[in-house]
Design a protein around this ligand. Structure first.
Ligand SMILES: Nc1ncnc2c1ncn2[C@@H]1O[C@H](COP(=O)(O)OP(=O)(O)OP(=O)(O)O)[C@@H](O)[C@H]1O
Ligand SMILES: [Mg+2]
Length: 537
């Protein structure tokens, strides 16, 4: 603005000198003084009140001086009138310019006032917008976590998802979950649940954390466990109560915050987040994390229930397994007793009776008839005993293996029920261990019992085959077909038992049926490994 006025001042001085010289050269009476109005206009162009006044005073003075210095000539009255008129025009122009200048100044100040207002409003609008965005982000985070908490996906995945969301929201690169130790132990144990934005960057710290369980009150998570409130450390490397910082020279993290995961009032876990830089506490963030901790409590509540249910399921499965083992042992023992002792005893009785029969050949026919009856009865008894022993535990299973035992059972089934039955053995000589063979054989017997009892089938096809890791036994009948309700019914204890037996070997039983088109039962178990609980049902 200053240089702007100076420029006009310079132009004004040059112009006034030029006008004055011109005025001094021309005779009196010519209205040269009028030209000084230009100086005033220059002041107005410069938007400078002082320049207008100076121009008016200078123009008037030079106009007056010109009267004395300009060459004589013309009528005196006219000359004086011209000079006075010039003086008046300079003054009027100066006044008008001053008024215009004042109006301009007012306009300018009104404009700058408006501009400040607009700027102020824009800033406030921007702040409100930012606040709104932040609130929307918080609401989004809380909603995402609430939804994840109620979803039925695996608990580990839910916790991973939540830790990742919080990490992204806070824009902190590292997040980890500590869980409360199971009773009777106390304190916190580290988990495998991490969110790491730059893999590899925090390896040292992660390794230390993995080996550092924390007692109540110790370290950042320990403090949260003690207080039940979110906590913040600006720089963990300078904190006297952060043991993990003391285990390595450079752990790669500085600021940390953590919040409790609560079931009611009980802290069941602590989520901790770290940044590579020192960061001052953010109260708002801590308050939000408090809310999220309560939401996450639901996930851990579900985990707790799931763990308990898994434990009881495992106990039940083990009991069932033990029951089957005991039953099998008992059956084998009884079958052996019956076969070895009772059967031998009956055979001896039969031999003795035959000898007696020969010795009594000279006696009456009545006695002979009686001994013959006794011989027939002992024959029947021997057959019954052999059948009972076979039913209890076919020795063929122990002696020749699964394929032969199924072959024998198929023949027995055909003979006993009159239902057609074919066996396709595709094992190509592969032998299974006795435990697996027993499981498959017993499930097979159960399916045959079901076919006789429920299917009204006329034909059954049995196929035994091996895949890369599994052994499959497929039993297909052409009966009335099983319904989905019957398959899923929890009271179908026979089917449940079949599934339980298969699960022991990491396997499953698949049952399908279509009305009047028959039922197919496929038993699948792992070829090797102990298999326990590896399977799905
Ligand atoms: N091959 C089949 N064809 C048609 N229906 C079948 C067949 N196998 C099973 N089902 C149906 O499935 C139901 C459940 O079978 P499951 O073996 O569990 O029980 P169950 O044979 O009735 O009794 P149990 O506990 O003594 O075995 C049967 O009641 C029957 O209705
Ligand atoms: Mg049954």
């Amino acid at each position: 603005m200053k240089s702007y006025s100076a420029k006009y001042l310079l132009i004004g001085i040059v112009a006034s000198a030029a006008i004055f010289i011109l005025d001094a050269q021309l005779p009196l009476g010519i209205a040269d003084g009028m030209l000084y109005v230009g100086l005033v206009l220059l002041g107005m162009m410069a938007r400078n009140r002082s320049l207008i006044i100076i121009a008016a005073i200078l123009g008037s003075a030079l106009n007056l001086l010109g009267y004395f210095l300009s060459p004589p000539g013309g009528d005196l009255v006219q000359v004086i009138t011209n000079r006075v008129l010039a003086f008046l025009i300079i003054c009027v122009t100066a006044i008008l310019c001053l008024l215009r200048n004042k109006a301009d100044e007012k306009l300018e100040s009104a404009r700058s006032f408006l501009e400040t207002k607009v700027e102020d409003r824009t800033v406030r609008l921007k702040e409100a917008n930012q606040r709104l965005n932040k609130e929307a982000e918080i609401a989004g985070l809380v909603k995402a976590i609430a939804m994840a908490s109620n979803e039925t996906r695996a608990i580990k995945d839910t916790l991973h998802f939540c830790i990742e969301k919080v990490s992204q929201f806070a824009d902190w690169p590292l997040g980890h979950l500590y869980l409360k130790a199971e009773e009777p132990a106390s304190g916190l144990i580290p988990t495998e649940i991490w969110h790491v934005r730059d893999p590899g960057k925090f390896d040292v710290f992660q390794k230390i954390t993995g080996n550092t369980p924390l007692e109540i009150g110790v370290g950042l998570p320990g403090r949260v466990l003690a207080s039940g409130e979110p906590e913040w450390i600006i720089d963990v490397t300078k904190d006297p109560n952060f043991p993990r910082a003391k285990l390595a020279k450079n752990i790669g993290v500085k600021a940390g915050f953590a919040f409790p995961i609560l079931i009611g009032q009980e802290v069941v876990g602590v989520m901790e987040f770290f940044s590579a830089k020192a960061v001052k506490p953010d109260r708002e963030m801590l308050a939000i994390m408090g809310q999220i901790g309560t939401q996450l409590g639901r996930v851990l509540e579900r985990k707790r229930a799931q763990d308990q249910s898994e434990v009881s399921q495992k106990i039940l499965r083990n009991l069932y397994l033990r029951l089957q083992e005991v039953r099998e042992e008992e059956r084998t023992r009884t079958a052996r007793e019956v076969h070895d002792h009772l059967s031998q005893l009956l055979t001896t009785i039969k031999l003795e009776l035959s000898l007696l029969d020969k010795k009594l050949s000279n006696y009456s026919s009545e006695v002979k008839e009686s001994t013959q009856q006794l011989l027939d009865m002992s024959n029947d008894a021997i057959h019954s005993v052999q059948r009972i022993a076979m039913d209890l535990r076919p020795p063929i299973l122990d002696d020749l293996g699964l394929s032969e035992a199924i072959e024998w059972q198929v023949k027995e089934f055909k003979g006993r029920t009159g239902i057609g039955c074919k066996f396709f053995n595709e094992m190509n000589g592969l032998e299974l261990d006795l435990e697996r063979s027993t499981t498959l054989f017993r499930i097979f017997q159960e399916t045959l019992t079901n076919i006789v009892r429920h299917s009204q089938a006329t034909q059954v096809d049995v196929k035994l085959y091996a895949c890369e890791e599994n052994i499959n036994l497929q039993v297909q009948d052409n009966g009335c077909g099983i319904t989905e309700d019957q398959i899923q019914n929890l009271r179908s204890l026979g089917l449940l038992g079949m599934r339980e037996r298969a699960m022991v070997w990491g396997g499953f039983v698949q049952i399908t049926g279509a009305q009047d088109e028959g039922t197919t039962v496929t038993i699948n178990i792992k070829k090797d490994g102990n298999g326990e609980n590896e399977g799905e049902n």
